[in-house]
Design a protein around this ligand. Sequence first.
Ligand SMILES: CC(=O)SCCNC(=O)CCNC(=O)[C@H](O)C(C)(C)COP(=O)(O)OP(=O)(O)OC[C@H]1O[C@@H](n2cnc3c(N)ncnc32)[C@H](O)[C@@H]1OP(=O)(O)O
Length: 193
Amino acid sequence: MNAILLRQATIDDLGVICRLRLQRTAWLTARGSDQWTVTGRGLPIEIFARAVGRSLDAGETWIAEMAGEPAGTITVNRHADPGLWSPWELFDAVVVHYMIVDLRFAGHRIGHRLLAHAAGLARRQERDWVRLDAWTTNTELHDYYRREGFELARIAGPVATGPSRALFERRTDSWDLEAGLPEISVASYTGGR
Ligand SMILES: CC(=O)SCCNC(=O)CCNC(=O)[C@H](O)C(C)(C)COP(=O)(O)OP(=O)(O)OC[C@H]1O[C@@H](n2cnc3c(N)ncnc32)[C@H](O)[C@@H]1OP(=O)(O)O
């Protein structure tokens, strides 16, 4: 298997990340899912770009490279939309957002590596959980996270009304990070900003 290099993303990566979002939205639409579509109440690309731009400024976004090319991205921070996780659930967790793998690199388990990276960040920040919200109606995506060892905590509501309310979580100590990390070369890490 080709090595996967993880590096912190910079503002120069914003174009690539938006391209990945558009590519996967088209892929989802072709599969009959409304995930990330504007009709499904997904973020319009301009709003998405603004949100990712803020995460880039905060040092929260990462790029996975394979064969010298950007192959995927993940954002890991401590925030979630209001009404999803409780304050105490956020207090002991890192939260995964905007995980996307370029279709050209699908099937190499880059998502698996990105999630292990999130767990590594959680461990460094002494947080016991990796949490995320997934598109409520996309049960195939839920199955993906279950295969990655996550459990459905609940479908958030009624305060949360957005389209991404399926709350998944996995304990940080459930990752075998020592075994998983050698395949990841972390180019830079500046701490949990
Ligand atoms: C907290 C969040 O970020 S939620 C958003 C997660 N991202 C997405 O939904 C975008 C679309 N999906 C992707 O970009 C990627 O599939 C990732 C990042 C989820 C995983 O990437 P990889 O590790 O390369 O796995 P890969 O792409 O091979 O997908 C694994 C399987 O899950 C399925 N899958 C992944 N995401 C989805 C989805 N959103 N909807 C339906 N099926 C999905 C794939 O079709 C594939 O199924 P298969 O094994 O039958 O071919």
